[in-house]
Ligand binder design. Structure first.
Ligand SMILES: Nc1nc2c(c(=O)[nH]1)N[C@H]1C(S)=C(S)[C@@H](COP(=O)(O)O)O[C@H]1N2
Ligand SMILES: [Mo]
Length: 302
């Protein structure tokens, strides 16, 4: 069967990128298989994206990072997160959920299907990548945890440990890093929690051992190295919105028509490419997700 449980997951050691690229179609089938059953358009769109978008090399994905807990320079996380220990790791689940507990990571993921999905990844700073993630659909995990009928938002909190995360010794952001999305966004089949990249265990600089991936939103929504998932009735406060509310709204949907106050969002530099490309509404996933925002003013709700 194509869907494997996390326990059975063979995390391959380094696979040559060329091999990986040759396996892309097969991987797309694996990743999108279960999704296609629930959302016929999704598998096709992802397939199309793969035709247009070359995978970003593993070396770029793992050396050009934003992870302020390990420094604000793009090359700093790869350097400063060396030796960051992620075993054991627990995730606290709390709030409007029927199965609140502190879970060992393996227990949290037990019974939830593992998927591989290649997504465009767009930073608010107007650079982008194409990343083959591995992980679990967020909705499948939440269903296992059983949200109550009052759950309207899901909040994700990063580890707060300045001894292990040297960037936290400086007041760059209001630590710990917290991001949140609406429950319907969290239940959307494209949203996932990633534990791997290119079939390998995710490295610390990319958010080991588990990080959020919401491909139609700017990258900052995707909190890394998560230790807490809290379901709430009211909209949580989020780190970037607290830091600079006029620049970083709660929604953070990729929108070429709404400029960041200090730069345009109409174009982006795909890491590894010279000419800039046009940024697509919802990062190219409009067909799948635009209906989540029907009737909302996306200029006001940026
Ligand atoms: N905890 C934490 N999560 C974070 C960040 C961060 O600084 N701290 N940076 C965000 C931003 S701005 C982006 S663009 C993505 C970058 O993910 P990547 O380095 O894996 O490409 O992570 C997001 N998640
Ligand atoms: Mo970002």
């Amino acid at each position: 069967m194509l869907i494997r449980r996390p326990d059975d997951m063979p995390f391959r050691d380094i696979t040559a990128e060329a091999d990986y690229v040759n396996r892309r179609d097969w991987l797309a089938a694996v990743g999108m298989g279960s999704l296609a059953l629930t959302m016929p358009g999704v598998a096709q769109a992802a397939q199309r994206g793969q035709d247009d978008d070359e995978l970003t090399p593993y070396a770029s994905i793992t050396t050009y990072n934003n992870f302020y807990e390990f420094g604000t320079g793009k090359e700093e996380p790869a350097e400063n997160a060396k030796g960051f220990v992620t075993t054991p790791w627990t995730v606290r689940v709390e709030g409007e959920v029927k199965r609140p507990a502190t879970y060992a990571l393996d227990d949290l993921l037990k019974g939830v299907p593992v998927v591989e999905r290649t997504y465009r990844h767009r930073c608010v700073e107007a650079w982008s990548m194409v990343i083959p993630w591995m992980g679990v659909p967020l909705g499948a995990l939440l269903r296992k945890l059983e949200p109550t009928s009052r759950a309207k938002f899901v909040e994700f909190t990063t580890l707060n440990d300045p001894k292990r995360m040297p960037g936290q010794t400086r007041p760059v952001l209001d630590w710990p890093y917290v991001e949140a999305i609406r429950i319907d966004e969290a239940m959307h089949p494209l949203a996932m929690l990633a534990t791997g990249i290119y079939g390998k265990k995710i490295l610390p600089q990319n958010g080991a051992p588990i990080r959020l991936v919401v491909p139609w939103k700017y990258g900052f929504k995707g909190g890394k190295s998560l230790v807490k998932i809290r379901l709430t009735e009211t909209m949580p406060k989020t780190t970037w919105n607290i830091a600079i509310p006029s620049e970083y709204g709660f929604y953070a949907n990729v929108n070429p028509d709404v400029s960041h106050p200090r730069w345009s969002q109409a174009r982006e530099r795909r890491v590894g490419e010279f000419l800039r490309r046009k940024t697509l509404p919802f990062n190219g996933y409009a067909k799948e997700v635009a209906s989540l925002y029907a009737g909302m003013d996306l200029r006001a709700n940026y």
